[in-house]
Design a protein around this ligand. Structure first.
Ligand code: HEM
Ligand code: HEM
Length: 178
């Protein structure tokens, strides 16, 4: 018998996520640094970021900042559950997951901005810092994505639910006690 499930992640949120994931891997590993594809994909994902930021105010509940904003109290409760080895099953982002999400979105914004500064702002030509910042943000994002993927696998095993699949289909299983 399959457990009851609900539609949790809306199509716009899922499209933004697919775009973040695809463009990150494309720009980090495949496109030529700074070339046309790299720049256009970078600006496209910057557009997705702006859309996602606005969606956090006007979108459905699971997309809203207020639903999962990682306040110190929420982070502490999540950390305590982790230390006790209790699974944290909630229909929405977990507090620590949300913190990593915010850091990843911050890196994407910084990559777009530093890329723009180094390419398009004449006054900064010959300056090294936008390039150094861009490279640091890209590597920082790689580390965060590593943590994100590891957490997705570990939490999927602990909850016995395929979380990556839920980001594609939008559906999540209902917690047993609800
Ligand atoms: C998700 C977005 C992006 C990622 C993951 C990314 C990643 C990277 C990486 C890994 C490098 C090589 C850095 C190095 O080691 O020197 C690079 C270089 C570069 N990126 Fe991006 N980038 C993104 C967005 C952008 C955007 C929006 C622009 C806009 C113009 C841009 C312009 C450049 C340029 C010009 C370089 C070459 C810098 C150099 O001459 O060393 N990037 N990027
Ligand atoms: C193929 C690799 C990836 C998989 C399997 C994956 C999986 C997931 C899953 C399962 C969630 C939902 C977490 C939850 O239940 O609370 C999520 C959310 C998220 N992931 Fe990923 N992810 C991947 C790559 C990435 C990359 C590369 C980025 C950023 C560069 C990223 C950024 C995000 C963001 C921002 C969210 C929050 C979604 C939102 O509310 O808009 N993910 N991811």
């Amino acid at each position: 018998m399959s457990a009851a499930s609900v539609r949790l992640w809306d199509p716009l949120l899922r499209l933004c996520h697919l775009s973040f994931a695809t463009v990150f891997f494309a720009n980090y590993f495949f496109t030529e640094a700074g070339e046309r594809w790299h720049r256009w994909l970078g600006y496209y994902v910057l557009g997705c970021l702006v859309l996602r930021l606005v969606w956090g105010f006007i979108g459905p509940r699971s997309a809203r900042w207020t639903d999962f904003w990682p306040t110190p109290a929420r982070l502490a409760a999540h950390a305590r559950a982790l230390v006790r080895g209790q699974p944290h099953h909630r229909l929405g982002h977990s507090p620590i997951g949300a913190l990593v999400m915010l850091l990843m979105l911050g890196c994407i914004g910084g990559l777009g901005l530093s890329g723009f500064l180094m390419r398009e702002v004449d006054a900064l030509w010959g300056e090294d810092w936008p390039q150094t910042l861009h490279a640091w943000l890209a590597d920082g994002l790689l580390v965060l994505v590593g943590v994100h993927l590891l957490a997705a696998v570990v939490e999927s095993l602990r909850l016995r639910e395929n979380l990556p699949l839920s980001m594609l289909t939008g559906r999540r299983r209902l917690p047993e006690d609800s």
